[in-house]
Design a protein around this ligand. Structure first.
Ligand SMILES: [Zn+2]
Length: 341
């Protein structure tokens, strides 16, 4: 054996055990954003909305996580309006930032640019009233359905309005479709099916883990490095019940939570987004078009067909019959143990 061969054999022997264990993920950062405030709950019950808010905010504070919530002003007129407003105060009291998500959560594709801008302005008025007593102003805007305008003229009009009113669009780079798990979760809780609720929590967390890995890989494919990410979640009971699991997943992926404003300092966010069309695209998909570099779509997985079907079913059912806790609760007598003989 020549010395060089010996040396390579030695190096190979050294390298083999290390190769068996996957390398730890690179350290990175992520900003947490929660859409559809005051809450996104399928259950028509103010107590349910209040309780999920309290649990979600307590969880975020327990982990010292900053977050940005995006408000749909029209939802303040639903359920018990005074208590819906109180939910937003709770977010502010917890030190979270609030942004604009339009008043009615309509899509610019459906209503056109002029009506869409009016809807943003309506939400802006609500937010300014809410924030002014605290000396704050809204500065972030999140597009419902991530739709940014179907024509170049529409997109220009929307962007111009936002800029003139001091808004910056809040992009998203990790989009794990949490609502598809959250609505079946609400439905399972409403019918007191704890076994299924637990299964949905597990399914969600495993999909979240998979999503984080994929979107980080995808960003790497575009920029050749890890970028500061923005995670899109919703203000749901599911997220309230899994904050500690989220924290464990972020830790496992070595992602540190930072404020949105910090994440947005990453130069990646200066990459132009020139997409015009009807689709609601995340920002990696937009930059894929600008940079003309393909994302690893072969490895992308939607939530399972079972989750998608369950989501479609509960969402449709809720349109015809609002879901309430009482409605599906088993009679109390069934829960009681038989009296001792
Ligand atoms: Zn939304």
């Amino acid at each position: 054996m020549r010395p060089a061969t010996l040396l390579s054999a030695f190096l190979l022997a050294l390298a083999t055990p290390a190769a068996a264990a996957p390398p730890p993920p690179a350290r990175g950062t992520v900003a947490l954003t929660f859409d559809d405030l005051p809450e996104l709950a399928l259950v028509e019950d103010q107590d349910y909305a209040d309780a999920l808010t309290t649990a979600l905010l307590a969880g975020l504070r327990r982990h010292h996580y900053p977050a940005t919530g995006f408000v749909v002003g029209g939802k303040l007129e639903e359920r018990v309006p005074a208590r819906q407003s109180a939910i937003l105060q709770q977010w502010l009291d917890a030190g979270m930032e609030l942004g604009n998500h339009t008043f009615s959560h309509e899509s610019p594709r459906e209503i056109g640019a002029a009506a869409y801008i009016a809807d943003i302005a309506h939400d802006d008025a609500v937010l300014r009233t809410l924030l002014a007593p605290r000396g704050l102003k809204p500065r972030w805007f999140r597009h419902p359905y991530l739709e940014t305008g179907t024509t170049a003229a529409a997109r220009r009009a929307i962007d111009t309005w936002l800029r003139r009113h001091g808004y910056r669009v809040a992009p998203v780079t990790i989009v794990p479709s949490d609502y598809e798990f959250a609505e079946p979760y609400d439905a399972a809780l409403a019918r007191h099916d704890d076994v299924h609720a637990r299964a949905l929590r597990r399914a969600w967390l495993s999909y979240l883990q998979r999503s984080i890995v994929w979107y980080r890989q995808a960003a790497h494919a575009l920029f050749g490095r890890d970028i500061a990410h923005v995670l899109l979640l919703h203000a749901t009971r599911l997220n309230a019940d899994t904050v500690d699991d989220l924290a464990a997943i972020l830790e496992r992926n070595r992602l540190k939570v930072v404020p949105l404003s910090r994440a947005m300092r990453d130069p990646a966010y200066r990459t132009p987004d020139t997409y015009v069309g009807k689709d609601g695209l995340d920002w990696l998909s937009r930059w894929e078009l600008t940079l003309k570099k393909p994302l690893p779509w072969d490895e992308f997985r939607e939530p399972s067909a079972r989750i998608q079907a369950e989501y479609a079913r509960v969402d449709k059912d809720a349109e015809t019959t609002p879901l309430t806790l009482e409605q599906s609760a088993p009679p109390a007598a069934e829960e009681e143990p038989a009296p001792a003989p």
